[in-house]
Design a protein around this ligand. Structure first.
Ligand SMILES: Cc1ncc(COP(=O)(O)O)c(C=O)c1O
Length: 241
């Protein structure tokens, strides 16, 4: 979440930097030996903690077999095993896995796939080139991911580079956590999507909670309801966590 880091770097510039030398379980330990409870967990990605023996062992075992291969015409047993397990837990008919190394890259890949889908599907609709995303959404800091993001402070310096997105105004604002935060009503989302359905390639949202917006949890059923709206208008639906 580098956008958030660059925003916060104004605050951190004035502080002495903490140098983390090692970690144990859910504690980070700095060069002075001071321990910190790692509540941030590298912005929620290090959910299993640090130096877990079973994870270290698995990484070591993989390195002793092969460190890396391209997926251009190749694959490897660990990639196949993970893909099979992801398919088992994925809902519905989802049976394909395309790996990426960061959230923002996943977003770029999904944007490209959606665009290309409408060019190559059985009834092509190449005019579907726009993306709908939510108010105060965050999807990463590459150019495409920023374009579909809805938090102004992370994108305004880069506006000349970005493509336009379709969004819906907030009906019932809650600005208590974050200047941009607020939840758009389902009625407003349905209205906007139906107006733009003919040109929309996909509807994009973070599932269940908007993290960068200030941990803004959706009301129960909100994600499913937006998925239903996308389905009704035959628009692809992308969830980006
Ligand atoms: C919902 C969401 N999408 C995309 C990203 C970008 O991920 P990355 O920082 O790995 O590029 C983040 C990062 O926090 C995120 O919260």
């Amino acid at each position: 979440m580098s956008g958030i880091l660059s925003h916060n770097s104004k605050i951190w510039e004035g502080e002495e930097q903490i140098i983390i030398e090692r970690a144990e379980g859910c504690y980070l330990i700095d060069t002075e030996g001071k321990r910190y409870l790692d509540g941030v967990s590298s912005l929620w990605v290090n959910v299993h903690g640090h130096c877990r023996p079973e994870i270290n062992k698995a990484i070591q075992a993989q390195l002793e077999k092969v460190a890396h291969t391209t997926f251009l015409g190749l694959t490897h047993p660990s990639a196949i095993e993970l893909a099979e397990r992801l398919i088992q837990i994925a809902p519905g008919q989802l049976q394909r896995v395309f790996y990426s190394d960061t959230g923002a890259a996943a977003m770029e890949i999904a944007i490209k796939m959606a665009l290309q889908y409408w060019q190559q599907c059985p009834s092509p609709q190449p005019e579907r080139t726009k993306f709908f995303s939510l108010h105060s959404s965050y999807h990463g800091d590459t150019v495409g991911a920023m374009s579909v993001g809805g938090i102004d402070i992370y994108r305004k310096a880069y506006n000349p580079l970005l493509f336009s997105r379709i969004s819906a105004p907030v009906a019932d604002s809650d600005h208590s956590h974050y200047p941009d935060a607020g939840m758009t009503s389902l009625e407003e989302i349905e209205r906007t999507i139906s107006v733009h359905a003919h040109e929309l390639a996909a509807v994009i949202m973070e599932p269940l909670v908007q993290g960068a917006a200030g941990i803004q949890v959706y009301p129960p059923g909100y994600t499913r309801a937006i998925w239903e709206i996308a389905k009704r208008h035959q628009i692809l639906f992308m969830l980006m966590r």
